[in-house]
Write a new protein. Structure first.
Length: 311
C-alpha cells in the first residue's frame, strides 16, 4: 500500500499534542483501507514537555516517529527536517495546533489520485482571530511581494499541503540556508490545486509568532524571491542626486540674478537628516542581502538532530 507521511513541526506544544493525535487518528482510521501512515513530529528545541509527550506517543503507536533538535532552529528548519526524514509516497506538512484540519487530507488525496495533481494546498478565506493591524499588514505584504516577485505568492496560503514524492524531492534538491517554504513550494512548479477554508482558532496553547518574528519572516520572503528592493534603493539614490542637482542650480541662479544670500541652517539641517536617513535605509536594504549571502557562504547546517525514535 502507498504511504502518507504527516510532518508536524512543534515548539512548546505540550498541551496540543495529545489533542492533535486524537484528531489525526480519526483521519487515519477513515483512510486505512487506501493508505498506510506515518506521523513525524519535529521537536524544534521546545522548553516544555513537548518531547516527553512525543516520546510517550511513539512508545504507544508505531506510526509515530519523531526528530528532536539540539536547540530551536525555527519552523523552516523543522519542516525541512521532516521532509528529509519522511518515507511516504505522499507527504503533508501541517501545524500541530489544529488550525490545519486533518480531515481535509481525505479530499486532498482524492484530488491527487483522481484528478492528477502533484500538490493540493490550502489557503484561508478569512483572517478570523487576527487583530486589525495584523490583517492590514498581511494584506499589504501579499500585495507587495506579489508585485515584486516573479514567483507566484498566493494570499492566505498556508503550509498545509499534500505533495507527491516527486515534488518533495524537487524541494529537497534546493539546499539554500535561508528558506522561505511558501516561495519554494511555488518556485518548483508542478500542478497545484488550491482548497479554501475558514481560518481556524488554535485548539489550545498560544501562538509563537509575535510581530517581530512575522516581520522578519516577511523580510526573508522578500529578499529570497526578489531583488526589487535593491533596484528601489538605486532608484532612490538617482532621484536624490537629481533633486540635489536641481537645487544647486536654483541656488546659484537665485544668488547671481537676484542677489539673495544663501541662509537658513534649520532647513539645511532638515535636508541633511532626510538624505542621511535615506542613505541608511538603502544601506540597510543592501545589508539584508549581504547578510543572507554571508549565511549561505558559511554553509552551516540548517538544523542539528539530538534525538529520534531510533536513538
Amino acid at each position: 500500500m502507498e504511504k502518507i507521511s504527516v510532518v508536524v513541526p512543534c515548539y512548546n506544544e505540550e498541551e496540543v499534542i495529545p489533542l492533535f493525535y486524537q484528531e489525526i487518528l480519526k483521519t487515519i482510521e477513515k483512510m486505512k483501507k487506501q493508505l498506510t501512515f506515518e506521523v513525524i513530529f519535529v521537536n524544534d528545541g521546545s522548553k516544555d514537555k513537548t518531547l516527553q509527550e512525543i516520546r510517550t506517543l511513539a512508545k504507544q503507536d508505531t506510526k509515530i516517529r519523531y526528530i528532536s533538535f539540539s536547540r530551536n532552529f525555527g519552523k523552516e528548519a523543522a519542516m525541512l527536517a521532516g521532509l528529509e526524514y519522511a518515507t511516504g509516497d505522499y507527504i503533508t506538512t501541517m501545524d500541530v495546533d489544529l488550525q490545519d484540519p486533518p480531515y481535509l487530507l481525505e479530499e486532498m488525496f482524492r484530488l491527487i489520485k483522481e484528478e492528477g495533481y502533484d500538490c493540493v494546498a490550502t489557503k484561508s478565506t478569512s483572517r478570523h482571530g487576527y487583530s486589525p493591524f495584523r490583517k492590514f499588514c498581511t494584506k499589504w505584504y501579499y500585495r507587495i511581494i506579489g508585485a515584486i516577485s516573479k514567483t507566484e505568492m498566493i494570499a492566505g496560503a498556508r503550509d498545509f499541503r499534500l505533495m507527491t514524492r516527486q515534488m518533495v524531492d524537487a524541494i529537497l534538491s534546493m539546499k539554500e540556508y535561508n528558506r522561505y517554504s511558501k516561495g519554494l513550494f511555488s518556485f518548483v512548479g508542478f500542478d497545484t490545486k488550491w482548497i479554501e477554508y475558514e481560518n481556524q482558532d488554535r485548539i489550545a496553547g498560544t501562538t509563537k509568532w509575535n510581530f517581530w518574528k512575522l516581520f522578519s519572516y516577511a523580510l526573508d520572503g522578500m529578499t529570497a524571491f526578489s531583488t526589487a528592493p535593491l533596484v528601489l534603493s538605486a532608484i532612490i539614490g538617482i532621484l536624490f542626486c537629481f533633486i540635489a542637482f536641481i537645487m544647486v542650480i536654483a541656488i546659484i541662479l537665485k544668488t547671481v540674478i537676484w542677489g539673495d544670500p544663501v541662509s537658513g541652517w534649520p532647513s539645511l539641517a532638515c535636508i541633511i537628516f532626510l538624505v542621511g536617513g535615506v542613505q541608511l535605509f538603502c544601506t540597510g536594504i543592501i545589508g539584508q542581502y549581504l547578510a543572507k549571502t554571508y549565511l549561505e557562504a558559511k554553509k552551516r547546517p540548517i538544523y542539528i538532530i539530538k534525538e529520534t525514535e531510533k536513538m
